[in-house]
Design a protein around this ligand. Structure first.
Ligand code: HEM
Length: 231
């Protein structure tokens, strides 16, 4: 696995920026006050070895929709299939862990909201109310440009972030290999000779980084000895 160390250039001077950092801490919880306290505790615990390069607060939106208003994750593998897609298999190095692509995308909300639903559907490649795949599929739709039958399967969980006037999507993708992500990103920017992803007329990435997420067993083995014994 390699970091997102170089900007990924696309057509029309468009660039996916590389903003690789050393590590990421993801804290998730139903209540912001719990997340806040845990995040402060994590900062204190890591104080001697790390400083914060970037932080983003995410929040859920209309159950499983992203801020385009479309259902997100429709083509995700089921939870039964997900480990086979997302986890590095034994005996490969890092078995049980996962490769994470984290990319923060700003939405141009006014431009997006000015589109009628039918045009938004052609950009995504699915219907808005019930997420049915369009047939025929526009060649530059987001679904066409990230087609998992072509590039390989990944497991996604997008998270909205931001304020009323400045917001977007944190793309969170997990995979057992880095290759599908790289191929999808190249396809989205039009780097494979195809049209750029239509979604990029309405959103732009601000960050891009890959991280290795160790398995729970691997994490546990790094903790204090008595942590393991208590389980
Ligand atoms: C602003 C950023 C993004 C938004 C708002 C977004 C939103 C969506 C939506 C609404 C769908 C259709 C429903 C679904 O199957 O989940 C979708 C599909 C998908 N997206 Fe994204 N996405 C974003 C970025 C990305 C990125 C960066 C990647 C890959 C690196 C990606 C990979 C995929 C894949 C693999 C699918 C399913 C394609 C298929 O049908 O096989 N998305 N996305």
């Amino acid at each position: 696995m390699v970091g997102f160390n170089q900007d990924l250039p696309g057509t029309d001077h468009f660039v996916m920026p590389a903003t690789q950092h050393d590590a990421v801490v993801w804290i998730s919880g139903a209540s912001l006050e719990v997340v806040f306290d845990e995040a402060r505790a994590a900062l204190r615990a890591l104080r001697s070895v790390a400083i914060v390069a970037e932080e983003t607060v995410g929040w859920p939106y209309r159950r499983n929709r992203d801020l385009t208003g479309f259902e997100d994750g429709s083509e995700n593998p089921t939870l039964i299939e997900a480990p086979g897609v997302a986890l590095v298999p034994t005996p490969r190095a890092g078995a049980g862990g996962s490769i994470l692509l984290l990319q923060k995308w700003r939405h141009f909300a006014a431009r997006w909201e000015a589109l009628p639903s039918s045009s938004q559907e052609r950009v995504i490649g699915r219907t808005k109310p019930d997420s049915v795949e369009l047939a025929p599929q526009p060649v530059d739709s987001h679904v066409a440009r990230t087609d998992q039958d072509k590039f390989g399967k990944i497991f996604r969980r997008n998270v909205p972030y931001g304020t009323v006037t400045d917001h977007g999507t944190i793309f969170v993708g997990f995979c057992s290999s880095q290759r599908p992500f790289q191929r999808m990103l190249e396809s989205m920017v039009g780097g494979d000779g195809g049209p750029p992803d239509a979604l990029m007329r309405y959103t732009r990435p601000l960050t891009g980084a890959y991280y290795f997420v160790p398995s729970l067993d691997a994490l546990r083995s790094l903790g204090p000895a008595n942590e393991g014994e208590r389980r």
